[in-house]
Write a protein that binds this ligand. Structure first.
Ligand SMILES: Cc1cc2nc3c(=O)[nH]c(=O)nc-3n(C[C@H](O)[C@H](O)[C@H](O)COP(=O)(O)OP(=O)(O)OC[C@H]3O[C@@H](n4cnc5c(N)ncnc54)[C@H](O)[C@@H]3O)c2cc1C
Ligand code: SF4
Length: 461
């Protein structure tokens, strides 16, 4: 047996100094040769454990085997049996805590770069034409409504249409994709890639009704009256949390949601072609250390900020963002003020931010999240100078739809109550993704969409 390479095959990336000034994709992906080299590291285990870490059940060893053999068309067909958004997942899945975490090779060496290989297979198909048409049942007598076109809704819709239902997706915004379009920046997930994967779902027959705010323009009851036999709720968690500290209403304070949505939907990333009013100072602080915070910090750099700091109340080890994103942010020059918590935002006489009072923290015992809890260090207050603050400390579901649907059961955290199959308190209404779990991940939302699609099929049979 040939010796296994202990390190994974490197992927080409834009230089940090160059990419910090543009919105082009950071990672350039594997070439055919690199993909085959990386795929050859896969042991093709008899009892593969990697698959237990994939919420959408991709047959990982089988698709990697096809890449080893240079049969890239079969590789993407294998992935697409389970995953309708492979080019997206290959780019944004937190693989280190999913499939790659369970890779046997990872016990002693670096795990196989499953995500990068998935991206390679998907991108190869995009550049070389579709490998295989997906087989779809033609009998479409029963109508199902999907509310929300994020990863949960897109997955549920694609799986339901394959099962033979007529599927209409109702989306409140003017375009599809949810956070994939309005949250995650262009340099991590180009809109072109999202458009291609949504187009593939359209080609399967799923229809989209855009600019439809369910709960305002029409209600779930009205959908049932309109002969939809089941409804899937995948409305996400788009309502930002705030710090509730003095000064939060000053000019120059954004929620990450507002900041990234302005940049993405109003195309600030294509300045000066699009002159979007996102005023960004020279010195920006982003509060939080999840993916949303890393994205905000890196976008601020690209919009011309001179100094960008992540302000986080816990330590390095506790940061929830993907490792790769933290590394990329650091390489690009984002600074990290860890064990620091803002107590007050300070403004000048014109009502604009000019600084932030913070306190240093130390770590105590683990809390309910399993992470060590931050405790303020008495007397350690200090002032940071800045002109923009972006708050990225979490989101919960927007209550608009629930207010119009009183029989839907909601938790104290504002999420929808649903069982393990996604069934809610209303018969025929299923839910999944961030609207049930609170802010989580793309692949978890997709997994929930898949489970709910099966449950809807069982319910309608
Ligand atoms: C900036 C940012 C970066 C992220 N980075 C990553 C990452 O790198 N990796 C990762 O795995 N996860 C990441 N996440 C998390 C991930 O994007 C979410 O967990 C995922 O998008 C949730 O999918 P969803 O389908 O449940 O909801 P969403 O993606 O939020 O989609 C919900 C959709 O429902 C629509 N909607 C809401 N209310 C209504 C209504 N009343 N009527 C009609 N439509 C409605 C919304 O407009 C939206 O299109 C990130 C999140 C953010 C904000
Ligand atoms: S879909 Fe995500 S979790 Fe599943 S194999 Fe691909 S990268 Fe891993």
């Amino acid at each position: 047996m040939p010796e296994i390479k202990t390190k994974r095959t490197k992927v080409a990336e834009q230089e940090p100094k160059v990419r910090a000034k543009n919105f082009d994709e950071v990672s350039l992906g594997y070439s055919e040769m690199e993909a085959k080299e990386e795929a050859s590291r896969c042991l093709q285990c008899k009892k593969p454990t990697c698959m237990t870490g994939c919420p959408v059940e991709v047959d990982i060893p089988a698709f990697i085997r096809f890449i080893q053999d240079g049969d890239f068309g079969s590789a993407i067909s294998k992935i697409k049996e389970k995953n309708n958004l492979p080019a997206i997942c290959g780019r944004v899945c937190p693989q280190e805590s999913q499939c790659e975490k369970y890779c046997v090779l990872g016990k002693k060496h670096e795990p196989v770069a499953i995500g990068r290989l998935e991206r390679f297979a998907a991108d190869h198909e995009i550049s070389n034409g579709q490998a295989n048409d997906i087989k779809i049942s033609k009998s479409r007598r029963i109508k199902v409504a999907v509310i929300g076109s994020g990863p949960a809704g897109l997955t549920a819709a694609a799986d339901l249409i394959r099962m033979g239902y007529t599927v209409h997706v109702f989306e409140s915004l003017h375009d599809t994709g949810g956070v994939l379009r309005y949250g995650i920046p262009e340099f991590r997930l180009p809109k072109r890639i999202l458009d291609i994967e949504v187009e593939n779902i359209k080609k399967m027959g799923v229809e989209f009704r855009l600019n439809m705010v369910v709960g305002k323009i029409l209600t779930i009851d009205e959908l049932f009256k309109d002969n939809y036999k089941s409804v899937f709720l995948g409305t996400g968690a788009g309502l930002p949390h705030f710090l509730h500290v003095p000064g939060e209403n000053l000019n120059g304070v954004y929620s990450a949601n507002e900041f990234l949505t302005r940049v993405n939907l109003m195309k600030a990333y294509r300045f000066p072609e699009y002159d979007t009013p996102v005023s960004i100072g020279e010195n920006v602080s982003v509060i939080g250390a999840g993916n949303v915070a890393m994205d905000s910090a890196r976008v601020a750099l690209r919009l011309g900020a001179k100094k960008v700091s992540i302000v986080y109340r816990r330590g390095e080890k506790e940061m929830p963002a993907r490792h790769e994103e933290i590394e990329h942010a650091r390489e690009e020059g984002v600074e990290f003020e860890i064990l620091t918590y803002p107590t007050k935002i300070l403004g000048n006489i014109s009502g604009w931010v000019e600084g932030m009072e913070c306190i240093r923290m130390e770590l105590g015992e683990p809390d309910t999240s399993g992470r060590r809890s931050p405790i303020p260090v008495k007397g350690s207050e200090f002032i940071m100078k800045m002109d923009t603050v972006v708050s990225a400390i979490g989101q919960s579901p927007n209550p608009l739809l629930f207010q119009a649907t009183p029989s839907l059961k909601i938790t104290g955290k504002g999420t929808v109550v649903a069982d393990e199959k996604g069934a809610t308190a209303i018969q025929g209404v299923f839910a999944g993704g961030d609207v049930v779990t609170g802010a989580a991940t793309v692949i978890k939302a997709m997994g929930a969409g898949k489970v709910a699609a099966r449950a809807i099929d069982e319910f309608l049979r």
